[in-house]
Each structure stands twice: as C-alpha cells, then as structure tokens.
Design a protein around this ligand. Structure first.
Ligand code: ATR
Length: 293
C-alpha cells in the first residue's frame, strides 16, 4: 500500500471514505475485499475530517491522487454543497455519498443509498414493490430520504412516513413533491410517532431508518400485528445484525431483511467508478458475497 500522503503511481488507484469520526466505517473492509478479489492495484483509506475541514479535504483529493471517495456521517448534506455537479438522485435526496474526482479536480457527486436499499430489499423480497404496495417508513433523516425516493421510483402506491418530529416528515414530503413531484394517484403522508402501530394497517413493506434498535440506542417499540400477511420488514440498522424488530418480524411470519446488505450494495457503484468495471458480472459491479457478511 502506498502511504496516503504521497500520490500513488500509474496503474495504482486510490479511494477512501471521508467522515468524522470514521474509525467505525466498514467501507475500507468492503472495498479492500473487492480489491483483493478482483486483483486490482489500489487501496481505500479512511480520511478522518472534522466538519470545518470538509471543503479543504475534498478540494485536496486530486493532489493526493484520489480517484474518489465515499462520504459518511456527518458530511453527506454538506458535501452536496461543495461538489461541482451532482446526479439527480443526490439532488432529490439532498445528500452525496459518493464522489468521483474528474478532470481538473472536478468533484462529481452522486448518491447510491437508494440503489443500495433497493438492491438489498429486492434480494430478499423481489415481488413486494408495485402500485398496490403500501410502505411505511420510520424516520425522516437522510436515510429516510433515500428510501422514500427509491420507493417512489419503484412505483409504490402509498408511503406513510412516521417520525418522532412530525414536521420533519412533512418537510421531507414537501421537498420530494417540490423536486420533480410525485406520480398521479400516489399517496405520501406524514403520520405521528404515537400512531406508528396503526400506521402499519395493511402495509406490505416496513423500513426502519431511525437509530432505534442500534447498539447503544433505545429499542424500537412497535407492534407489527397490523401488517399485511407476507409483508417484509427491513431494518437498515446493521449493528446488531438481528434487531428486536427483525426478531419480531420473523416470529410473525414476515420476511425480515437486515441492514448490512444496504451498506454493501451502496458501495458497489463507487467501486466500479473508481477502480473500473470488474470482470465476470453483467453490469461490471462487484458482487456481494457471503464472505462480506
Ligand atoms: P440518518 O441521516 O441516518 O437518517 P438522522 O438524520 O440523525 O440520521 O435521523 C435519525 C432518525 O432517527 C430521525 O428520524 C430521528 O427522529 P427526529 O427527526 O424526530 O429526530 C429518529 N430518532 C432518533 N432518536 C429517536 C428516538 N428516541 N425516538 C424516535 N425516533 C428517533
């Protein structure tokens, strides 16, 4: 591995993750696994960056030989303001999680969280998304934004957003509606946190995007009885992998999908953009293998 303060030489590609703190990030392990698997010369390093240094770090990437970076907590929204251009997903979500350093150091932002969410959901529940689907999203932060936009793009007929701070859920809805609108007949509504059990009435999909259930956080208190039979529960929390929410879902015969898959899938487009298309897959994206879990 080349030291990260010296630009790597020809034929060697460097990428990384920018966050604060960034020690907890699993991304170096994921990209390191793929670099080895596909025998690519390169590395993926952590760039611990406090908020006041974000611009300096991003503008300094080209000089340090970086082909691009992932952006993680707490920088995703600010990164959108710094990049030179952003793809429609990033603009609709209001956040950037992937940057490619283009010609003359041009910073090209994108957001692959929605892609990662959908790939993960579809891998466990391939037939759960359609106009007849009612989906409930718990939370209204950055992750919820990516999930809501992805579900709308899949043609889901109704989305109920349940958040502790109801105004934040309404703001999310207003932003999505103002940015490109929503298809005719699709229902998008904010529900109070206190009514979360009844908001599940007839829901075929439930996604938890809140921090509840995560190690060190309070548990998520919710009762899944009103969900549609055969429904799917996706907790985007991945630490622990099996949350009490998923345990309850399984006990009720619902499909339970953990959050690690979203993390792994959102990493794939960035890897292809920085290190090149991998051989042996139809889309050139690296594969999510059991070894990564
Ligand atoms: P992210 O970008 O990962 O979505 P975030 O923006 O901090 O993270 O959002 C965290 C979500 O967890 C929010 O929906 C938050 O609710 P508020 O908008 O009311 O803050 C939710 N959350 C955090 N702690 C909570 C709690 N104790 N009870 C209910 N919801 C909680």
């Amino acid at each position: 591995m080349a030291p990260d303060n010296i630009p790597p030489s020809d034929g060697y590609t460097r990428a990384g993750v920018v966050g604060w703190p960034v020690n907890h990030s699993l991304s170096p392990r994921v990209h390191g696994y793929w670099l080895e698997k596909y025998a690519i010369k390169g590395d993926y390093v952590r760039l611990a960056t406090p908020p006041e240094d974000l611009k300096k770090t991003l503008r300094g990437l080209e000089k340090k030989g970086f082909r691009g970076v992932n952006i993680t907590v707490p920088h995703k929204e600010n990164a959108l303001k710094i990049v030179d251009c952003a793809d429609p997903a990033a603009r609709r979500i209001g956040a950037v999680n992937t940057i490619v350093v283009g010609k003359n150091g041009r910073l090209e932002g994108s957001n692959t969280d929605g892609f990662g969410f959908l790939e993960n959901l579809k891998s466990g529940a391939p037939r759960h998304l359609g106009r007849e689907t009612c989906a409930v999203v718990l939370g209204a932060g950055g992750a919820a934004r990516a999930v809501v936009v992805a579900l709308l793009d899949q043609g889901v007929g109704e989305i109920r957003i349940v958040n502790r701070t109801r105004e934040r859920a309404q703001r999310l809805i207003d932003d999505v509606v103002n940015f490109g609108g929503i298809p005719d007949g699709v229902r998008l509504a904010a529900h109070p946190w206190s009514g979360r059990n009844s908001a599940l009435d007839g829901a075929r999909v439930l996604v938890n995007t809140t921090v509840l259930g995560m190690n060190g956080r309070p548990p998520l208190a919710i009762e899944l009885t009103a969900m549609a039979p055969g429904g799917v529960v996706n907790d985007i929390v991945y630490s622990p992998l099996t949350t009490p929410l998923l345990t309850q879902a399984r006990a009720r015969g619902l499909i339970a999908i953990d959050g690690l898959g979203m993390l792994l899938h959102q990493a794939r487009p960035g890897f292809r953009a920085w290190f090149g298309a991998v051989e042996g897959t139809a889309d050139g994206l690296p594969t999510v293998d059991d070894d990564l879990r």
